[in-house]
Design a protein around this ligand. Structure first.
Ligand code: ZN
Length: 254
């Protein structure tokens, strides 16, 4: 009888220890351990653990008794927020290869497409197709100036009429309503090369009213680089919106 009681007490003890451990240990969906963390603020790397629950980082530090459904050992690795690639043409192939795995493998989790004046049109159609197929990284789109000009004027080598300008402005507004984050130009390419600065300012003003920004593949990146850069800055000043000069470089002899 006494032995039986001893066994019961012993079992009870283990049971209580188990309950206590379960109560004091916190559970997470994912724990990333031992990595060097780049927190995205520009501060120095630091070694710690990251605790994730319901898709969100809930704690960073060293927690005793933490239990993860999944644990990733990041020893010797850097753990960083997903990169945002502001200049891609990945949307040209993302419907054929929806995982866009090459970007994910490089740590890019958000891509901005529709650069250099060329984009899908209408953007809403492209977004619907993308949503029905699914896509690996996040995708944001710009509306392309060349795309818009082509819709209204084909590849005509001339300045736009007032009527054509108004028509293009409408299509820019339509695209912003569809979810574009801004407008890109490819002023080196046809038909964007046929436009003047005033045309771009008028279209960029519509983008500005909608809180978007302007990205440009400038008219020139070699001889004429300074003039082209001035044009980009002036477009931003006159249309009152932020400017991003795409793949900014100087080409040619120094
Ligand atoms: Zn470009």
């Amino acid at each position: 009888m006494e032995k039986k009681i001893k066994i019961i007490i012993k079992n009870l003890f283990f049971f209580l220890v188990l309950i206590f451990t379960t109560c004091t240990s916190k559970t997470y969906d994912l724990i990333i351990t031992d990595g060097f963390i780049a927190d995205g603020t520009g501060s120095r790397l630091f070694k710690s653990n990251i605790y994730i629950r319901n898709g969100k980082i809930v704690e960073i530090g060293i927690k005793d008794n933490a239990v993860g459904t999944k644990v990733i050992n990041a020893k010797g690795l850097v753990v960083a927020p997903g990169f945002i690639d502001m200049h891609t043409h990945s949307e040209r192939k993302s419907l054929d290869h929806p995982a866009v795995e090459n970007y994910l493998q490089q740590g890019v989790t958000t891509m901005l497409g529709g650069n250099c004046g060329s984009s899908p049109y209408p953007i809403s159609d492209f977004i619907s197709k993308t949503e029905s197929k699914g896509i690996g990284p996040n995708l944001a789109l710009l509306i392309g100036h060349n795309t818009i000009r082509q819709q209204v004027m084909g590849t005509e080598n001339r300045i736009a009429s007032n009527q054509e300008l108004k028509e293009m402005q409408k299509l820019v507004q339509f695209s912003m309503d569809d979810g574009a984050f801004g407008m890109s130009t490819g002023l080196k390419y046809i038909p964007g090369a046929y436009s003047n600065t005033e045309e771009v300012v008028k279209l960029a003003s519509i983008v500005a009213k909608n809180g978007g920004f302007y990205a440009t593949h400038m008219r020139e990146e070699g001889i004429g680089l300074i003039k082209a850069t001035e044009e980009a800055i002036n477009i931003g000043r006159e249309a009152k919106l932020p400017v991003q000069i795409s793949h900014h470089k100087a080409v040619g002899k120094s």
